[in-house]
Write a protein that binds this ligand. Structure first.
Ligand SMILES: [Ca+2]
Ligand SMILES: [Cu+2]
Length: 388
C-alpha cells in the first residue's frame, strides 16, 4: 500500500500527495541529502555566530493588542549541528547553514500563536472556508481515484508499537473531515480548546487571516530574530541548555517516538498557548507545540545564496521561487519552531536556527502560525477622549 510518494502521487492522491509534503520527509531521503550537501558546501565549516545588535529606536507607537515590539537589528542566523546529535535528527539542518549575518527592521509580533478563538472570529466575520474544508478538484489531480478526492487534512496517527523511523507514513495519515474545527478528524472538536493554537491551516488560510487582521506573516529572518529573543548563537530560544535547572521550556515529545508520547513536559500532544516561559522578547512558544508558517519560499541553498551575495543580508524575504530537490514540483514555504512531536530521537527542530518546510496547501495538526505588523495600535481620537 505504501510506496515512495514522489513516484506514486498521481495514483494515490490526496493522501500520499499531501503526505509527501510533510516537513520531516525529505530529511530521510538519501538523494536529497546528497544534493543539499553539495549545494551547501561550506556547511558546518565552523562559521561562528556573531553578536546580536538590536536597534535602539523605540517602537513607533503602542503595541496592538496581543502583540509586542521586536526591535530588529543585526544578528547571526542559522544553526550548527550540536556535536552530540545522532544521525537522524540534526542531519536535517544542512539547509540552516552557513551561519550568516542578517539585518531586519523592527516590527510588532503576536505574543502567541493564533488561537482557535481568534481564527473563529475571523471565520465568523468573513465566512472564510479553509483549504482542508474544500473538496479537492479532480482537474487539479489528474488520475486520482474519485474516492480519494475528499476534503480532509493530514493527522498524526501514531502506531501502537515501535516502528522504523525511515517511513513517516507509519505515523501520518490523510483523514477525511479533518480541518481546523476538527483537528484530528470528524469526531474531534475544538470545543473547550479556544486557547489552543489553530491548526490544519494551509498557507493561504494563514495569509487570509493575517490580511483580515491587518497584519502579515513574518519573514523567516524576522521570525528567527524574534525567536532568539536578543540572545546570540544559542541553540534554544531560552538559552544554552534544553532543560535549564531541570525545567521544561517548551512542549516537545518525550517517550519513544512515535508510538508513545509520555507527556513528561506536562502535555501529551498539543498544548494551549503560553504554557511555558516566554523568551527574552516576551514571545511564547517560539519552540515546540506547533510549527509556524513564515512568508519565505523554501530552498535548501538560500543561505548559501545570501553568503555568496556578500555583506549583511538586509530584510531578506526568501528566494524568488521555491525549490526542494527531493520534490522539485512542490511549492513549499518555510516552517519554523518545531512542534509537540519534535524529539532528539528523530527531529530536534525545536532548536532555534533550524528550518522546516511544507507544501503550501498542506495543513497538519501540528502546524499553525502567528502574525507581525509594523502598524502601531490606533491611538484614541481626541474627540472621544474629551467627553469625560
Ligand atoms: Ca509534550
Ligand atoms: Cu520536529
Amino acid at each position: 500500500m505504501f510506496c515512495k510518494p514522489a513516484k506514486c502521487k498521481k495514483l494515490v492522491f490526496p493522501a500520499l500527495l499531501l503526505l509527501a509534503s510533510l516537513p520531516y520527509l525529505n530529511s530521510l531521503n538519501p538523494l536529497s541529502q546528497t544534493v543539499i550537501a553539495a549545494s551547501n558546501a561550506p556547511a558546518g565549516a565552523g562559521v561562528a555566530f556573531g553578536p546580536t545588535v538590536p536597534n535602539k529606536q523605540p517602537a513607533p507607537g503602542a503595541s496592538p493588542k496581543g502583540m509586542i515590539w521586536i526591535p530588529g537589528g543585526e544578528f547571526s542566523m542559522g544553526a550548527q549541528d550540536p556535536p552530540d546529535m545522532g544521525t537522524v535528527g540534526m542531519q536535517a539542518t544542512r539547509d540552516s547553514r552557513p551561519i550568516h549575518r542578517v539585518y531586519v527592521d523592527g516590527f510588532f509580533m503576536d505574543k502567541t500563536d493564533v488561537t482557535n478563538a481568534q481564527f473563529a472570529a475571523f471565520v465568523k466575520g468573513t465566512g472564510y472556508i479553509t483549504v482542508a474544508e474544500k473538496t479537492p478538484r479532480a482537474e487539479d489531480y489528474p488520475g486520482a481515484p474519485p474516492e480519494n478526492l475528499v476534503a480532509g487534512a493530514v493527522v498524526f496517527s501514531p502506531p501502537d508499537h515501535a516502528v522504523p523511523l525511515d517511513d513517516h507514513f507509519q505515523w501520518w495519515s490523510y483523514v477525511k473531515g479533518a480541518n481546523w474545527r476538527h483537528p484530528t478528524g470528524p469526531k474531534s472538536s475544538i470545543k473547550g480548546n479556544e486557547n489552543y493554537p489553530v491548526v490544519q491551516v494551509a498557507y493561504e488560510d494563514a495569509e487570509a487571516y493575517a490580511n483580515w487582521a491587518g497584519k502579515r506573516l513574518p519573514t523567516e529572518a524576522e521570525w528567527e530574530f524574534a525567536a532568539r529573543g536578543g540572545l546570540a548563537g544559542k541553540p534554544f530560544v531560552w538559552g544554552e541548555k534544553f532543560k535549564p535547572n531541570g525545567k521544561w521550556m517548551a512542549n516537545t515529545h518525550q517517550g519513544h517516538f512515535p508510538d508513545h508520547d509520555a507527556g513528561s513536559d506536562g502535555f501529551v500532544g498539543l498544548a494551549p498557548v503560553a504554557q511555558f516561559a516566554p523568551n527574552g522578547y516576551g514571545l511564547y512558544d517560539m519552540a515546540g507545540n506547533v510549527w509556524q508558517w513564515v512568508a519565505d519560499w523554501y530552498r535548501p541553498d538560500y543561505y548559501t545564496q545570501l553568503v555568496n551575495a556578500g555583506g549583511v543580508a538586509r530584510n531578506p524575504k526568501g528566494p524568488d521561487v521555491p525549490f526542494d530537490p527531493s520534490e522539485p514540483s512542490e511549492k513549499k514555504k518555510v516552517h519554523r519552531g518545531g512542534s509537540f512531536l519534535c524529539t532528539d530521537q528523530y527531529c530536534s527542530r525545536y532548536m532555534v536556527g533550524t528550518r522546516g518546510k511544507g507544501e503550501v496547501s498542506t495543513g497538519t495538526n501540528h502546524l499553525g502560525f502567528r502574525c507581525v505588523t509594523t502598524t502601531p495600535a490606533r491611538t484614541v481620537a481626541p474627540s472621544s477622549a474629551s467627553t469625560k
